[in-house]
Write a protein that binds this ligand. Structure first.
Ligand code: NAP
Length: 463
């Protein structure tokens, strides 16, 4: 019976959960192979594309252009889209198992890590993840309270997300209004009083996580200078040795050195890079953030070979009214699916989901993207990652290791959703919403004007 799974008589039915980059790369790889496969892609939100729509910065339209590739995958007649359907709420894991031979989890890393310091829960202390979702028009973050009336903001962490949020705070309204930044965010950023943005690293300049393009951009901001203290650029011996031959890191350092040399040119805003500082307390007065106390660090090579930050017991305080912690994303568990709490991922072996109790592979269940390997890499990293997992699945299929679903009818899921009154959005309906956004944007010289609220999106398609 298993033998004909994946044939024209009995196509392999695959459910992919999560319509971000890894979901689309998995779908593309599934549909490309020699087998007959149908893919149903489920997404909690109405709009597909995950981080490409709601994560990638609005002034990075060149990166967002990858969505066209995803749209080409969606054109395949064997691909169906079920937007506005939350697995675990609208449809259960058991129901998926009943109607699909294979499930792929591509749910990304939807939460963030915390600093665990006093004052972290004060208003205007938030994760960069939330701030990004707010300015990118994510429906769940439209009402996030962001107060930009203060004069200084602190971004903790030196990854590319930190660079994104700092850049958005540093850009003029004229620069931002040509993007697809959410209208509510643009309105507030237009009133921003922030002049100093501090990007604070717990380690040194040889341990930054941002990439060359991102640090380069900081030197080309229309209304902000990039400020680096020469005294913080001196490398200890271990750091110098660690980056020998690392051309990307050398280039990062070249940019930082160039900014240190240029110094202040008198632009109205400043992006300060500060090194070897760890926030230890967010200080509030009358419920408002006024400053962050930082401990000065020194670097110590550890036995594992890593270079670690270690507190010196010396402190400095930076006045600021907005704190964005940009210290990494974190995966969240999905009902009925194993979860490795420590690493925030679904436990797996080359993409095959593993039962944590038995250590055995769970047949027919796979994982790809950030929920497989953790929140690292750029959008394109998810392509080989998804292909690897899809290859594992095809290997299992060929070996007859995938049992067929008991009720494989393609009509079962739409019927179930309709019966439950779930207003799911198809790929043709999404295309209508997308076309409206693009048309509205065109009139104003923007790539699109995002529709933020769910109800407003559903209204476009008369649902
Ligand atoms: P990331 O690159 O892992 O950076 C996290 C930063 O947080 C690091 O500087 C880390 O410092 C710091 N950090 C962690 N815990 C800390 C703590 N307790 N106190 C102080 N600092 C702490 O993560 P990300 O910026 O969230 O980016 C996630 C992924 O998306 C990355 O692979 C990134 O390249 C990618 N991304 C790419 C783009 C783009 O291509 N333009 C844009 C956005 C994101 P340590 O090194 O000391 O741990």
């Amino acid at each position: 019976m298993t033998a004909n799974l994946g044939s024209a008589d009995r196509p392999l039915r695959v459910a992919v959960i999560g319509a971000g980059p890894s979901g689309f790369y998995a779908a593309a790889a599934l549909l490309k192979e020699g087998f007959t496969v149908t893919v149903d892609l489920f997404e909690r939100l109405i709009a597909p594309h995950g981080l490409v729509r709601y994560g990638v910065a609005p002034d990075h339209q060149n990166i967002k252009a990858v969505a066209k590739t995803y749209d080409r995958t969606a054109e395949d007649p064997a691909f169906r889209y079920f937007g506005n359907v939350e697995v675990g709420r609208d449809i259960t894991h058991a129901e998926l198992k009943r109607h699909y031979d294979v499930i792929f989890y591509t749910i990304g890393a939807q939460s963030d890590r915390r600093l665990g310091i006093p004052g972290e829960d004060l208003p205007n202390s938030m994760s960069a993840t939330e701030f990004v979702a707010w300015y990118n028009g994510h429906p769940d973050y439209k009402d996030l309270q962001v107060d930009l009336s203060c004069e200084a903001a602190i971004v903790v962490g030196v990854g590319n997300v930190a660079m994104d949020v700092a850049r958005i705070l540093a850009k003029s309204v004229d620069e931002l209004k040509r993007t697809d930044i959410a209208e509510h965010a643009l309105e507030q950023l237009a009133q921003s009083n922030i002049k100093d943005i501090y990007i604070v690293a717990r380690r040194g300049p040889a341990q930054v996580k941002f990439t060359n393009a991102e640090i380069r951009e900081m030197g080309h901001l229309e209304i902000a200078d990039a400020i680096v203290l020469d005294s913080e650029l001196r490398l200890d011996r271990a750091s110098s040795a660690a980056i020998e031959g690392d051309t990307a890191m050398q280039k990062n350092l070249d940019y930082l050195r160039a900014y240190a040399e240029i110094g202040v040119t008198g632009k109205p805003r400043r992006v300060h890079f500060r090194f070897l500082l760890s926030p230890v307390e967010i200080i509030g007065e009358n419920g408002k953030i006024v400053a962050v106390k930082m401990e000065r660090n020194e670097l110590r090579p550890s036995v594992s070979g890593d270079i670690k930050a270690s507190g010196t017991g010396r402190y400095e305080t930076i006045p600021a009214g907005l704190i964005l912690r940009s210290v990494g994303y974190k995966g969240v568990p999905l009902e009925g699916v194993p979860f490795d709490n420590r690493n925030g991922v679904i436990p797996n072996e080359i993409g095959r989901v593993i039962d944590l109790d038995t250590g055995r592979v769970i047949v027919g269940e796979y994982v790809a993207g950030w929920i497989k390997r953790g929140p690292t890499g750029v959008i394109g990293t998810n392509k080989p990652d998804a292909i690897e997992s899809v290859n594992s699945m095809f290997e299992d299929l060929q070996k007859g290791k995938i049992p067929p679903a008991p009720e494989p009818s393609p009509d079962a899921i739409p019927a179930l959703l309709a019966e439950r009154g779930v207003r799911y959005v198809t790929k043709d309906e999404w295309k209508l919403i997308d076309a409206k956004e693009v048309a509205d944007g065109k009139a104003l010289g923007k790539p699109r004007i995002k529709i933020v609220e769910r109800e407003a999106m559903l209204a476009v398609i008369g649902k």
